[in-house]
Structure formats: C-alpha cells, structure tokens
Ligand binder design. Sequence first.
Ligand code: NZQ
Ligand code: ZN
Length: 389
Amino acid sequence: MLGNFTYCNPTKLYFGEDSLNYLNTELPKYGDNVVLVYGGGSIKKNGIYDMVMEILKKNGKNVAEISGVMPNPTLAKLYEGIEIARKHQANLLLAVGGGSVCDYTKAVSVSVNCQEDAWEKYYLRFEEPDCELIPVGCVLTMVGTGSEMNAGAVITNQETKQKIGHVFASEDVMPKFSILNPKFTLTLPHYQMVAGIYDIFNHICEQYFSGEDDNTSDYISEGLMRSLLHASRIANQNPQDYEARSNIMWTATWALNTLVSRGKATDWMVHMLGQAVGGYTNATHGMTLSAVSLPYYRYIMPYGIEKFKRFAVNVWDVNPEGKSDRQIAEEGLAAMESWMKELGLVMNITELGATEEMIEGIADVTAVLPGGYKVLAREDIIRILRESL
Ligand code: NZQ
Ligand code: ZN
C-alpha cells in the first residue's frame, strides 16, 4: 500500500433487531428540541414513525417535523428545512429514512447556522462548514448509500438540473449515531431493495478500480463483494430472509464509510455519470448506476486490465486457465451482467427516461474525476452515454 492517509470515523452504530432501544441511550445527550426528518410516508405505514415518536416523547423531547423529503432531495426542500430547524432552535436533527433523508439532514445541519447560501457555499464552491453544526442522528430504513456512516450529502437543484454530492472532509458532518435494524428494511419494495444492492456493489467497485499497488483495501473489497453477491441472491428469492438482509445492511455501511478507500485514488465515474442522468430524469439512484455501469466498465477495461482480471477471478470465480487477460476480464464483466439481470436491475438509461436529445446536456453536467484507469474526455462520456441508451 503506497498511499498516505488519515482515518477517523466517529459515528456510533447500533445494529440489530433491538437497536432502536438505544435511541433511549442517545437522546439524553442532546437538548430538548429535536427535529424529526422523514420522507414521503413509508415510516407512517410500517409503524416506525410511531415507535420513534414514543421514544422521543418518553424522553421529554419537544419535537418539530420536516416531512416529505423526496428521493433525490431538492434544493427548494433544503431551504424549507433550514427554516424549520432554525425556528425550532434544534439541538438534534433525527433522520428516519434512507439515504435521501439522511443526506438531506446533514445538508440542513451544516446550513442552519451558516450565513451564506448553502448551494453556493457547499455545492458550487465545495467549502467546508465554518459555523456550528446541529448534531445528526439516523434511524436507517433503506439500505444502499452508506449515508448512515459517512459525510456525504447529495442535493439536486431542479432549476439547473444539477445533482451534486458533497462529501465533506470534516468528520463532524457524519451522524453522531446511527441505528441499523435490518427488520426496518423488510417493507422496501423489491425495486428499491435491488437498487440499493447495486448501489452498494458499485460503491465498492468505484474504490476497487483504481491503483496498481498491493493494497489491503482491495482484499477487503473483494470480501465485501462476495458477501453481497451471496446475500443478494438469497434476498432476491426471499426478500424476508433476515440473515441475508442483515448482511446486506452491514455490507452497505462498510462499502462507503471511507474504510475501503484508504490509500487509494478511487474512481467514482459511474457515480458521476449516474448523477448526471439523475439530474435529468430524477430516476432512482441505484438504477442510474446499473444503467451506465457496463458500458463504462467495458470502455475502461483495457486501461486497467490487471484489476479487471483480478476482479473476474477473485470476485466471480472465473477460471483463468488457457485464457488471455482480455478473455478473463470480459468473462468477469459477463458474469456481473448476468447477476445484474438476475436481480432485475435497469440496464439502460432509456428505461429511466433519458433520450438521445439529452445526451449532450447530460455530458455537460458530468463531472470528470481523475482517479480511475482512464480520465474521460467529453467524447468518451458521450460514447458511453450513447452505449447506455
Ligand atoms: O419517502 P418514503 O415514503 O420514506 O419512501 C422511500 C423512498 O421512496 C422508500 N423507503 C425507504 N425506506 C423504506 C421505504 N419504503 C418502504 N419501506 C421502507 N423501510 O424508498 C424510496 C427511496 O429512498 P431513498 O432514501 O431515496 O433511497 P436511497 O437510500 O437509495 O437514497 C438515495 C439518495 O442518496 C444519495 C443519492 O444520490 C440519492 O439522492 N447518495 C448518497 C450517498 C452518500 N451519502 O454517501 C452516496 C450515494 O452514492 C448516493 O449518491
Ligand atoms: Zn451510490
């Protein structure tokens, strides 16, 4: 391992069927004014809202709510939430939901005491907060993003069609605690479950497909991918399988809590392409990734052939005997494609609402990151997007 790095992750996790009880342990650490943040109503249908409210009441909290946080939370919604949290003089922001709710809550947290415009400061200039943050806690109900244990917060500006993620450098932005109860994820529709599974898989790929040195992170990544493939096949057949769902939840957290990126350049171009598609279509995050992944990986494979070969053998059990490097690498991607189809993932951006006319615009808002095996030029991006239609 040749990179230099710092590692710190201060989020305290409570995992398992009884984990919500630990909200009673956490709440006394904060002042009385809590803002409960949640999405479009799934937590009211499945009873999680009532369970959380009961605990908040029992602990004497004065609760305000930000409800209706949509998938791919918008800037307009962020401005609304900042006002609610300010008015309530929030001491704790409690996110109950998936990555959208959790990301959004972090964006509110860094903005409540900020005098400048949040979009300009955090999403255009990518500055770090220099104000006091409101602590964030999370009760996770949708698995995939890793938002429960990282400092990422993705916001969509609907006016400019820009979906931008800011992964804050400061660990102060990470949730103070996250409650992970796999049972809370059992009511997810199949579409969301598999979108989340692919999001996890791709987070690992984004960090795996970079660098040429021997790095412990890559071995951890291979283990996480193998566990995810195994559990995903069980959950796809039987979504109520607690053991599989619990492994998927734990893998999601480790896939993007900054551990496996240590000492690595990291790629993230599938996310850049997927986010650009998301800005235009408002499609489900994991499906934007699945739709562009294979055209992207097939395009860059010749530039990172050694790693793609290793991926084929160590993750997909491709037998390398008597085959060229290219054949081995291609077999790995073919195995990945059949797994993606088995799960029922979206395999093209047309299905998500993207059209040929949008391609230039999507390319214009695709950020180019330099850490992977090939730095993409605009023509490369257009070619990959066309291939994804
Ligand atoms: O809004 P409700 O009614 O709660 O419904 C949600 C939503 O429609 C539903 N849902 C969540 N938990 C449920 C449930 N339905 C039934 N039962 C449950 N237990 O699922 C839908 C999707 O939820 P959402 O939070 O949008 O999904 P996800 O967790 O995939 O989050 C996506 C957002 O996270 C960002 C994405 O860009 C996107 O904006 N990301 C954040 C990252 C980070 N912080 O590091 C990294 C990721 O790559 C990603 O970019
Ligand atoms: Zn993702």
